[in-house]
Design a protein around this ligand. Structure first.
Ligand code: NAD
Length: 490
């Protein structure tokens, strides 16, 4: 127990354990060892955090100007960059993702806070023309209030920041509930809040070894908005809780994103994009480009190129400099991915490369896998959330678009072609929130991200992301000082 890193929740500005005193251990999926002791919070800790967030809204934070909030966000951005190594280490210990990827991601994470700091002092209402000259009418944009931010285990800090940065810029306060599978880095982030000069209670973090505490938070009557990233199944429950309270909800959910490769594409570039789309982060990304829809004339050549690259992917210690793929993040996910590979085999998939776990390394390793399948196969239809690419063929553009859209999801997708007309034409027809043309897996604070269909509601990132954290208030000012007939409408 003494070797475990001891991490604390943050409630009302105080680092704290759970009221019950309970803790749980976070397991490193590479070593299989516990590495941190995490407070196992309960509903009573959520209640305390929501109360603290409400008090902060009614206190100093609620009185701060957008300029002062922007200064806090900028300090927080710089602190994140200065602490990127520690935060990256916490994330790698929790999730087995590559240290070099996490270090890059967290060194750049401050960019989200700088971007939304730039908006914090530009939240403007309007003066609206009134049809009745006796009135001055204007709008005010006010923070929506206390925000519940519930996050998944893949890229916890990035996905948390997509919520917290615009929420703070808007003047909201937040209660964050990270995943029980990767809570460590969010607790590391909480250590920076006071140093950034952010008043007590503005940012609160509650950890728990169960999703039930997330459910309590999502349904809490003291919460004014819910921002959730996770699975579609949980997202539906969160949306129902939010609706019960008549709260707005932003939902970033699952995906099964298509990569459509035409015969004229640069196949080397497409192969590289497929590797980036489904093997980076061991395929555990919501935007994984896991459905390859490739023209029949180039199927064999493209699959050969991807399989060839896959065969050279270096699996191993996430902290190793040469490592390209770490383990799957936890046992539950590992069992799920291995189960999908078994189903694929039973349904007649052709294994072009991989197709099994990699037991020689210990831990939860799965070989990067390339399968040729039928469009009806489970592995082509369901989100695997692992390093598994499922390929089908098409012969004309309409068929490719139909296959791309034949999914309940609509998070992302890619079009690979040298034909500029076709590139834009097909991008317009794929029903998904982000389309990359001859590229994959690029995101930025300034570019909206989110899903069509079962991939979610609302958009994070981009100038309008802040709108989700603001209420609009119309103010009517009578200018004459007179009275009017009280029995007519204005
Ligand atoms: P999950 O839905 O199991 O859990 C997400 C979070 O919700 C966790 O913090 C969990 O504790 C909490 N939770 C669990 N039950 C809850 C409930 N009833 N009410 C409220 N909160 C509850 O998802 P996960 O397994 O952690 O993450 C993987 C999923 O997230 C994948 O489906 C992936 O596609 C999706 N994801 C989406 C995006 C995106 O931006 N669209 C990004 C990353 C991950």
């Amino acid at each position: 127990m003494s070797e475990l890193e001891q991490l604390s929740m943050l409630i009302g500005g105080k680092p704290t354990g759970a009221i019950s005193g309970r803790t749980f251990e976070s397991e490193n999926p590479y070593t299989g060892q516990s590495w941190a002791s995490i407070p196992d919070g309960g509903d009573e800790d959520v209640d305390a955090a929501v109360n603290a967030a409400r008090a902060a809204l009614d206190g100093e934070w609620g009185q701060m100007t957008g300029f002062a909030r922007a200064a806090c966000l900028r300090r927080l951005a710089d602190l994140i960059s200065a602490n990127a190594e520690r935060l990256a280490r916490l994330e790698v210990n929790d999730s087995g993702k590559l240290y070099r990827e996490m270090l890059g991601q967290l060194t750049g994470l401050g960019g989200w806070y700088h971007y939304f700091a730039g908006l914090a002092d530009k939240i403007e209402g309007q003066q609206i023309p009134s049809p009745n000259p006796n009135y001055l009418v204007y709008t005010r944009r006010e923070p929506v209030g206390v925000v519940a931010a519930i996050t998944p285990w893949n890229s916890p800090l990035l996905l948390m920041s997509w919520k917290v940065a615009p929420a703070l810029a808007a003047g909201c306060t937040v209660v964050i509930k990270p995943s029980e599978h990767a809570p460590g880095s969010t607790l590391g982030f909480a250590e920076l809040i006071a140093q950034a000069g952010i008043p007590d209670g503005v940012v609160n973090v509650v950890t728990a070894n169960s999703g039930a505490v997330g459910a309590h938070l999502a349904a809490h009557p003291g919460v004014d908005k819910v921002a959730f990233t996770g699975s579609t199944a949980t997202g539906r429950k969160v949306a129902a809780s939010a609706a019960e309270n008549l709260n707005p909800a932003t939902l970033e959910l699952g995906g099964k994103s298509p990569q459509v490769v035409f015969a004229d594409a640069d196949l080397q570039a497409a192969a590289n994009g497929l590797v980036a789309g489904v093997f980076a982060a061991t395929g555990q990304t919501c935007m994984a480009g896991s459905r390859l829809i490739v023209h029949a004339d180039v199927h064999d050549e493209l699959v050969r190129l991807v399989a060839e690259r896959a065969s050279h992917i270096q699996l191993g210690d996430p902290f190793g400099e040469a490592t390209e793929m770490g383990p799957v993040a936890n046992k539950m996910q590992y069992d799920k991915v291995v189960g999908y590979l078994e189903t694929a085999r039973q349904e007649g998939a052709v294994v072009e490369y991989g197709g099994s776990s990699e037991e020689s390394l210990g831990g939860y390793f799965v070989k990067p896998t390339v399968l040729s399948v039928k469009p009806t196969d489970t592995v082509f239809r369901e989100e695997v959330f692992g390093p598994v690419l499922a390929a089908v063929t098409f012969t004309d553009e309409d068929e490719a678009i139909k296959l791309a859209n034949d999914t309940p999801y609509g998070l992302a997708g890619a079009v690979w072609t040298k034909d500029v007309h076709r590139a834009h034409r097909v991008a317009a027809k794929i029903k998904a929130g982000s389309i990359w043309i001859n590229a994959y897996r690029v995101v930025a604070p300034s570019v909206p991200f989110g899903g069509f269909k079962a991939s979610g509601i609302g958009r994070e990132n981009g100038i309008h992301a802040i709108d989700a954290y603001l209420e609009n208030k119309s103010v009517w000012v009578e200018l004459t000082g007179g009275t009017r007939d009280p029995f007519t409408l204005g």
